[in-house]
Design a protein around this ligand. Structure first.
Ligand code: GDP
Length: 295
């Protein structure tokens, strides 16, 4: 694997021992290594560029602390900037509003939306909530069946959607049914397409405006790296997301997509998917991203 950023920076700064201040030249040499580390972690180039500029502005002219080498000092500034960018706190689902509330899941086909709906149902049940699953993808009967099966496995009721129904009608009727069943959180598994398209976005906007969900979460596949960033940007522009769930993080240890999505959309990553099983959903710890990127 790659050398950790810390050890690479140590190399760059070794020759500078004894110099009191971080100068433009040594900061720039150090930042070349930082840029490489960011790009190797698949951070979006726009994000990497801005990040480097911010670190440079802070580092220039700083006195090197007595306890640190110049390399350690740059790593410290980089760490602080990464933490500032990612936010420090865990972000949970937004479930505010009149019961039952709705959480809308959106995303491209294959991103892991249906699986994540099941995972969130398990998560909510553990927290003492009563989730209700709603298949709102009327274009793929297999998606409806998949959710019914998942619901059966975890003992969570599923609305009996049919392909002839309109998604808004499904969500409306599901709300009444959930209320009758004593459930408090509806999880809406909406339709996805293979690629972004205007028709899909229009349908999602229509559902959002009718349902007024307490949270709208994009499920994005972390393995798609830079694409996940562009996808998040488009969904956020159309729907004003409440947050993002990065699925398939078990296949992507680099974390660049998480950093880029946060930097570009400003929206929090709320959870990560770390496997196909319904228990494999974890809260997203922003502080851990810094160490996974910096090594
Ligand atoms: P949808 O089309 O967006 O509803 O996607 P699915 O939920 O059907 O998921 C597509 C594929 O990704 C399935 O094979 C899932 O088992 C798999 N998948 C979903 N989430 C994860 C995850 O966090 N890790 C891994 N390794 N696979 C996942």
């Amino acid at each position: 694997m790659f050398d950790s950023l810390s050890s690479r920076l140590e190399g760059v700064f070794k020759k500078l021992k004894g110099h009191g201040k971080l100068t433009e030249k040594n900061v720039e040499e150090g930042l070349r290594e930082v840029r490489m580390a960011l790009l190797e972690a698949d951070v979006h180039y726009r994000v990497a560029k801005k990040f480097i500029a911010d670190v440079k502005a802070r580092a220039l002219g700083q006195e090197v602390m007595k306890s640190l080498t110049p390399g350690q000092q740059v790593v410290k500034i980089v760490n602080e900037e990464l933490t500032r960018l990612m936010g420090e706190s865990l972000e949970d689902l937004n479930l505010s509003g009149t019961r039952p509330v709705s959480v809308m899941l959106v995303g491209l086909q294959g991103s892991g939306k249906t699986t994540t709906s099941g995972k969130l149902a398990v998560y909510l049940k553990k927290k003492g909530k009563k989730p209700y699953l709603v298949p709102a993808d009327v274009y793929r009967p297999a998606a409806i069946d998949q959710l019914k099966k998942l619901g059966g496995q975890i003992g969570v009721p599923v609305f009996p959607s049919e392909t002839e129904m309109d998604p808004v009608e499904i969500c409306d009727k599901a709300r009444t049914a959930a209320q009758k069943a004593g459930c408090d959180v509806l999880l809406l598994d909406t339709a996805g397409r293979l690629h972004l398209d205007a028709e899909l976005m229009a349908e999602l906007v229509r559902i959002r405006d009718a349902v007024m969900p307490s949270d709208i979460l994009l499920v994005a596949d972390a393995m798609t790296g830079q694409d996940a960033v562009n996808i998040s940007e488009s969904f956020d522009k159309a729907l004003d997301l409440g947050g993002v769930i990065l699925s398939k993080m078990d296949g992507d240890a680099r974390g660049g997509a998480a950093l880029s999505i946060r930097a570009i959309t400003g929206k929090p990553i709320k959870f990560i998917g770390v496997g196909e099983k319904l228990t494999q959903l974890e809260a997203f710890h922003p502080d851990r991203i810094a160490s996974s990127i910096l090594g």
